[in-house]
Design a protein. Structure first.
Length: 338
């Protein structure tokens, strides 16, 4: 597989198996399992040479940290630890627990909940709180907040998997017909309804289109993730975390963040310098802000305050005036909190 696909531009990394450490797989033979993973990762590296793709393996959340701690040094060619984690609307202590046992990056390869409320027999978003969307947003926020440990995550799943009811042992199940969208699944305390409906995990639902091919229709979770991942100015910072959403500023420079950027909503709203010529923090860029810039025109930092050096070049001059002129009569930003 590596030899065949190694040059394909869509390849991010190689993944060995799925939940191979689980009790129903090779959980009782971990030493043998990780010995095999070690050999496979080494072979993948050898096949590709110095510019190899990283290798990972998705582990089930069963004695996860203990397994990683025990075998981390045994798999030197495994570049990234992967984990499928379903703990509800939070990863709990996952990242804190992981940090002391491995210096390798972690990637969450499955997370989220299904869209179906088994108690009320309808999708959450059709009858009240869109829990699938809420959980996904909260979990992605934790992944971002722990980016020094976790390199990202892939949500479960793109579309509903109508064949998965066959794995359920509940009353009236299994459902072995992939043409039927059944509610088969299993009990779990990590979902708000206490049940995982195996065939309803998609961020896209299948919508009947009569005699034509079915349509794929986004659920609320799709739009939640879209809002968290969109990067309007292309600076590599998603809008949800970007202190200047419409101005390229990958450094996120914000020299007055301790004072806040709008005193009316202190602690909630933040702008980077490049989109914040509102020096008096009154919420509007005005002649008073121009007068502040004029006091320091021609000066270099620190004689010119860093807040007035909008573009961060160490010099308060025409480039900073042009930024003020662009925003004159308007609020700063938009940024975090808008």
């Amino acid at each position: 597989m590596v030899a065949i696909h190694k040059n394909h531009p869509a390849i991010l990394m190689w993944s060995i198996g799925n939940e191979l450490n689980a009790d129903w797989m090779y959980g009782s033979q971990l030493a043998d399992l990780f010995s095999l993973i070690k050999e496979m990762a080494e072979e993948a590296h050898m096949e590709e040479g110095v510019n190899y793709h990283p290798v990972t393996t998705p582990l089930a959340d069963s004695s996860l940290i203990n397994s990683i701690a025990a075998y981390d040094t045994s798999v030197p060619s495994l570049d990234v630890w992967g984990a499928n984690v379903y703990r509800g609307n939070t990863f709990g202590t996952l990242f804190n627990d992981y940090y002391p046992v491995s210096t390798k990056p972690l990637v969450v390869l499955e997370y989220g909940i299904d869209a179906y409320d088994a108690v009320n027999a309808d999708e959450y978003e059709n009858i009240g709180t869109a829990y699938q969307a809420d959980y996904a947003g909260a979990l992605w926020g934790e992944i971002l907040n722990n980016s020094d440990i976790c390199i990202g995550g892939t949500i479960m799943a793109y579309s509903d998997e109508w064949w998965k009811g066959k794995y359920s042992t509940d009353t009236g199940c299994p459902d072995n017909d992939p043409l039927i969208h059944s509610t088969c699944g299993y009990a779990t305390q990590s979902h708000p309804d206490g049940y995982s409906n195996e065939e309803w995990w998609g961020i896209m639902r299948t919508a009947d289109n009569e005699t034509a091919p079915d349509n794929m229709e986004p659920r609320e979770v799709y739009y939640t993730l879209q809002s968290l991942w969109v990067d309007s100015d292309g600076d590599g910072i998603p809008d949800s975390r970007d202190n200047c959403r419409e101005v390229y500023n990958p450094d996120q420079r914000d020299t007055n963040s301790g004072e806040d950027d709008n005193l009316s909503i202190a602690g909630e709203q933040h702008y980077g310098n490049i989109c914040d010529p509102d020096f008096d923090n009154d919420g509007i860029v005005s002649i008073w802000d121009f007068n502040e810039w004029r006091k320091y025109a021609g000066e270099t930092v620190p004689a010119c305050p860093e807040d007035v050096d909008l573009n961060g070049d160490g010099f308060c001059w025409i480039q900073d005036f042009n930024i003020w002129r662009l925003y004159y009569g308007s609020p700063p930003g938009p940024g975090i909190g808008d």
